[in-house]
Design a protein around this ligand. Structure first.
Ligand SMILES: N[C@@H](CCC[C@H](N)C(=O)O)C(=O)O
Length: 293
């Protein structure tokens, strides 16, 4: 049986998403349907799909509500291959813009949206013409897998970082090496983390720090989506990794240039540990209807 999916297309630094509202949680798309929506030739085309569902109508939403009763909306996220992810840093800003655009939530000046995700409750506020999301407490994932990628002459050690979803960050020698990578091929990790990982390749800008802000360039191969123009949680993981490698005195504010634009990352101490926040643009591009089988 086919049905019409009313959707909005949105993007943040070129990481693009199909968003749809399903407040009651009646419309659980299958992995095949997600792949059909994200197909860039036969579907709408996107790096991921986001369902706006009330936390009270989703099993995973119960945890969010237990953490914070204000998390009435849940960001239900799928990668383009139909797999579920815990978190999406660009997606959560676009999701905030979508909730506001659809009149599903309000954001008074200086206020914040409280959003349930599989990685926990996240807070989003306006920042300039975009949004800033507190992605919570980060942690070293405890692994340094060797990473092989197409056109990378030798395997390099990566650093495992968890920001709600899994990342492995790899430092490259220079811009030429970054540009020469062919991320149309899946990077191979040894050992391969059980749940897979998003893999970021980074190089420092020259100078690394300007006006107290660290500066890096990044490309990414996203778990479940392949190479994308940007990955918000990947930008955060990259800034954290480079700060870790730079050692004492490295800044807590970073500017991450990705193929689709620029993202801001900031580390801030809080009672429960060091939080990391991500800021950047979020745009809703168009609305449409897709017939799905
Ligand atoms: N593009 C996102 C991350 C989306 C999920 C990721 N591919 C995963 O599987 O963890 C971002 O902006 O963070």
């Amino acid at each position: 049986m086919s049905f019409d999916l009313r959707f909005t297309k949105g993007q943040g630094t070129g990481n693009d998403f199909v968003l749809f509202a399903d407040p009651e949680g009646d419309l659980e798309l299958t992995p095949e349907q997600i792949r059909a929506v994200c197909d860039r030739r036969f579907g709408v085309g996107a790096d991921g799909v986001i369902r706006a569902v009330r936390s009270s109508n989703l099993a995973a939403g119960a945890d969010a509500l237990a953490e914070d009763a204000a998390a009435v909306w849940f960001m239900d996220y799928w990668n383009a291959d139909g797999s579920v992810s815990e978190m999406c840093g660009n997606g959560i800003r676009v999701y905030a813009a979508y909730l506001l655009d659809q009149g599903l939530a309000e954001l008074p000046d200086g206020g914040e949206l409280v959003i349930g995700t599989r990685a926990g409750v996240r807070h989003v506020r306006r920042a300039g013409s975009g949004y800033q999301a507190d992605l919570g407490v980060w942690r070293l994932a405890g692994g340094e897998p060797l990473v092989r990628a197409k056109n990378l002459p030798v395997a390099r050690p990566g650093l495992g970082i968890d920001v709600g979803n899994p990342h492995v960050v790899v430092a490259l020698a220079d811009e030429a090496e970054l540009e020469g990578l062919d991320l149309g091929y899946l990077p191979v990790l040894d050992p391969e983390p059980e749940a897979g990982a998003n893999v970021e390749f980074v190089v420092p800008a020259d100078p690394l720090v300007e006006d107290g802000v660290g500066r890096i360039r990044m490309r990414v191969h996203e778990r479940g989506s392949g190479e994308t123009l940007s990955c918000g949680t990947g930008a955060v993981a990259s800034a954290l990794a480079v700060r870790h490698w730079a050692g004492a005195g490295a800044p807590d504010a970073w500017r991450v240039q990705v193929p689709g634009g620029v993202l801001g990352v900031r580390m801030v101490n809080a009672p429960d540990g060091e939080h990391v926040s991500l800021s950047g643009p979020a745009e809703l591009v168009y609305d449409g209807v897709l017939a799905l089988a």
